[in-house]
Design a binder for this molecule. Structure first.
Ligand SMILES: [Cu+2]
Length: 126
């Protein structure tokens, strides 16, 4: 009976392990005016393909940076309704996901997507 119990536990661990690995490899990140919405704010360490999906009406970017400002990965401008893959390798810790589009409008006022709300924190666990 004890052996059977161990086998069941081992099977569950293997099944869960495979599922977690699959989820760690890819994550959708929605971009819109003016927010960044990752499918999860918590991912496992390693290489991850961020599937950027711009659901807004203006271009956006995604920059992945450490808390001291080191940029680890940055997308090109993602056009409205377009998608782009941004691959980044992450160690355990916390990272800033931001859109870095900044421009001065015709009225002379600065528009900074980050200041408008396009910033969120991604936590990476071992
Ligand atoms: Cu933006």
């Amino acid at each position: 009976m004890r052996k059977l119990g161990l086998a069941v536990v081992a099977a569950l661990v293997l099944a869960c392990g495979a599922r977690v690995e699959a989820e760690r490899g890819t994550m959708e990140v929605k971009l819109d005016e003016f927010y960044i919405e990752p499918a999860s704010s918590l991912v496992g360490a390693g290489s991850i393909d961020l599937e950027l999906r711009n659901e807004g009406e203006i271009p956006h970017t995604l920059v992945v940076a450490t808390n001291d400002g080191t940029v680890l990965a940055a997308s090109d401008a993602v056009q409205p309704q377009a998608q782009q893959i941004l691959t980044v390798r992450l160690q355990p810790g916390t990272y800033q996901l931001t859109c870095r589009i900044v421009f001065r409008g015709d009225d002379g006022l600065l528009v900074d997507h980050y200041q408008e709300g396009m910033g969120t924190v991604l936590t990476v666990e071992p």
